[in-house]
Design a protein around this ligand. Structure first.
Ligand code: FES
Length: 256
């Protein structure tokens, strides 16, 4: 069930320039939030539409979300200070499915796509092998937090300035040549998602991916967030806000 609440901002930091780590108070949202779901946030007067921001973690009446400043709305949101109230709708969307029998789960995220995967990694209770990809060393974030809740973490950078050198999907592909895996969970930029989908499908490994999409209403009413599915006819499009943001890779066509 979704709630619309004014929530107090109780902690804020900027772990790397332009990326803000906020925690708000909300008993209702914290209790119901599932990994992979998102919040729809009223950023202030600079924008009419709310902004969808993924839930990074939820526990003990607190909800954490991390976002990048990309425009006027997120810039205004980033200026909120602890003690300020934020108008939040959530939790929204269909999150990741965690099945009890999932063996050797692999979690792979790129850039700001790593944030929605943290609660997932926690809920896999130390079983996940995690791959985190960033542009360069100065953009690496949350590595030690993932290490504290995962079986193993491989971090890579596209420019080779830290960890594995190259695209993180390639690191995962090499790993899969020597390790069993029965589920891949992924969130990140479209080229990475496409590579992960291809690698998973070539190996017959079920793969859940979280899509980022522009949104309007966030609750299935406006169709702004449509994505193309593999189905025809009336089911050709799905709504990322309600059918997703998490889909099985074979359900959706990934377009740039
Ligand atoms: Fe309005 Fe998805 S954002 S239908």
């Amino acid at each position: 069930m979704k709630h619309t609440e004014l929530c107090k901002l109780i902690s804020r930091s900027e772990p790397i320039p332009g990326i803000f780590d906020f925690t708000i108070e909300s008993e209702n949202i914290a209790k119901e939030a599932q990994c992979g779901q998102f919040l729809h946030i009223n950023c202030g007067e600079s924008t009419f539409l709310r902004r969808p921001i993924s839930i990074c973690d939820a526990y003990d009446g607190k909800v954490r979300f991390i976002f990048e400043v990309k425009g006027a709305g997120t810039r205004e949101l980033s200026k909120k200070q602890t003690g300020d109230m934020i108008d939040v709708m959530g939790p929204l969307g269909h999150g990741f499915e965690i099945k009890d029998n999932v063996k050797n789960p692999v979690v792979i995220g790129g850039g700001i796509g790593v944030f929605p995967l943290y609660k997932l990694a926690k809920e896999l209770h130390g079983r996940a092998d995690v791959f985190l990809g960033f542009r360069s060393k100065d953009r690496v974030v949350m590595e030690s937090e993932f290490e504290s809740v995962s079986n193993m973490v491989i971090t890579g950078t596209d420019d080779g300035s830290y960890g594995y050198s190259g695209y993180i999907a390639s690191a995962m592909e090499q790993y899969l040549n020597f390790h069993d895996c029965t589920m891949i969970y992924s969130c990140g930029p479209m080229p990475m998602l496409k590579a992960v989908k291809k690698i998973a499908e070539e190996r017959g490994i079920p793969c859940q991916i979280s899509l980022e999409q522009r949104m309007g209403c966030g609750i299935g009413a406006c169709l702004v967030c449509s994505c193309e599915t593999v189905n025809g006819g009336a089911d050709k499009y799905a709504k990322v806000c309600t059918n997703g943001p998490v889909f099985y890779s074979e359900e959706v066509t990934l377009n740039d």
